[in-house]
Design a protein around this ligand. Structure first.
Ligand SMILES: Nc1ncnc2c1ncn2[C@@H]1O[C@H](COP(=O)(O)OP(=O)(O)OP(=O)(O)O)[C@@H](O)[C@H]1O
Ligand SMILES: [Mg+2]
Length: 306
């Protein structure tokens, strides 16, 4: 058995886990979903192809789930090119990384940074730009075990592009994966390859997120529909995110889209994906009708009306 296989398996499918009834957007820690008797979920966000939206997805799913009252740790497992901190606006707070922990330079709590807005959201970078990277799979597993002990419900690992050492290390502690792809054949091919590698490493609970979808192009048959992509890969769909310039604006501001007061289509789509991830199929108890109409239109467009 490889080191990773013991972490996977259908028996670890926790997608229907219901740790509490608290679903409102909560800010004070007393309102958090209880950590008693919870089982933490370690989910790697991966893709194979670079630049398809893994980091954007990690930041937005993480922020959404934290706003639903869960304790969430985001792990930036990119090698040398960390940028999850930028998307979260926490770049000035990263003093230590997991590399420093491995080398005995600091403690875990010094490297784990709390989000400014949602204290139940934390970030841990594996390595800094230009920092020597000599993390092993065992290091990653130990590290995630230590993070788990702190009582997080969700640990989301932002995987580097490619399928070499950084990828292998990033998937090692995960029981679940979200594969991000764009509706382009090159990205889909890489996603398929990654799906095979995940399975070979005992990760069977895999979901698909199709990013940068352009309904106008789908309409003209210039882009594959989300359904086509999903059928090609044969992976259950977690969500579809439209191409949206607001994503770039939010990256530059260090504010994940889902925090925008006026939700954008992409923000709504990320919120919806986050709710599916925590096992809630129903959506938008609070949603006002104009937004709901907009979301339903978007969903029908991507997925059809059935
Ligand atoms: N839905 C979207 N609409 C518009 N731009 C997007 C969308 N999703 C991501 N982008 C942009 O695409 C670029 C790449 O996104 P991101 O950094 O999240 O990808 P990645 O998969 O993490 O890349 P890497 O493989 O380099 O780590 C960023 O500039 C981001 O703003
Ligand atoms: Mg990235």
């Amino acid at each position: 058995m490889t080191e990773t296989t013991k972490f996977g398996g259908p028996e670890n499918d926790l997608s229907n886990q219901k740790p509490g009834e608290t679903t409102a957007f909560l800010s004070s820690s007393s309102n958090l979903v209880s950590s008693e008797k919870h089982t933490e979920r370690v989910i790697v966000i991966t893709s194979g192809k670079g630049g398809v939206g893994k980091t954007t997805t990690t930041a937005n799913l993480g922020m959404s789930i934290a706003r639903l009252g869960y304790r969430v740790a985001l792990i930036d497992a990119d090698i040398g090119l960390r940028n999850l901190d930028l998307l979260l606006g926490l770049e000035n707070r990263v003093l230590y990384t997991a590399m420093d922990i491995v080398e005995g330079q600091c403690r875990l709590d010094q490297a784990l940074i709390r989000d400014k807005r949602w204290k139940n959201l934390a970030l841990l970078a594996i390595s800094k730009n230009r920092q020597k990277y000599n993390v092993t799979r065992k290091n990653m597993q130990n590290l995630i075990d230590s993070v788990k002990e702190l009582g997080f419900h969700f640990i989301l690992i932002d995987c580097p592009a490619g399928i070499d050492v950084g990828f292998i290390n990033a998937i090692a502690p995960a029981q679940e994966a979200v594969i991000v792809t764009t509706p382009e054949i090159t990205a889909i091919r890489d996603a398929d390859r990654v799906a095979g590698l995940l399975e070979a490493n005992g990760i069977y609970n895999v979901k698909l997120l199709v990013n940068r979808v352009r309904p106008d192009m789908i309409q003209k048959n210039d882009m594959m529909s989300v359904r086509d992509v999903q059928e090609m890969l044969g992976i259950p769909l977690l969500g579809a995110i439209p191409e949206d310039t607001n994503v770039i604006v939010s990256t530059n501001r260090g504010e994940p889209l889902v925090l925008n007061k006026k939700l954008t289509l992409s923000g709504i789509a990320f919120e919806n994906a986050a709710r599916r991830l925590i096992g809630k199929q129903d959506y938008f108890i609070d949603l006002t009708s104009p937004q709901k109409g907009m979301f339903q239109k978007l969903q029908e467009f991507f997925l059809g009306e059935d």
